[in-house]
Write a new protein. Structure first.
Length: 76
């Protein structure tokens, strides 16, 4: 049985994704500040902890999903 997507959670994920991608763009242009780097570091550490908790099967699914999202962003 599939769960219905939670619109609040989806909005939160989208917000975090936008912030992370903006930080990456700022790093590339040399316009990043320490607050952004700290947030990105916390996000990466959180992601690694979640990766460890969930195991390799979910990691592979998430990796494929991220690759698809990256591909779709390139089409814009």
């Amino acid at each position: 049985m599939k769960r219905k997507p939670d619109p609040e959670w989806r909005a939160r994920v989208d917000h975090v994704r936008r912030e992370a991608m903006q930080t990456i763009r700022d790093i590339r242009t040399g316009a990043v500040d320490m607050d952004q780097i700290d947030k990105l570091q916390n996000f990466l550490l959180f992601s690694l902890a979640l990766m460890q908790m969930e195991g390799p099967k979910k990691w592979e699914l998430a990796k494929i999903n991220a690759e698809i999202m990256s591909f779709n962003q390139g089409e814009k």
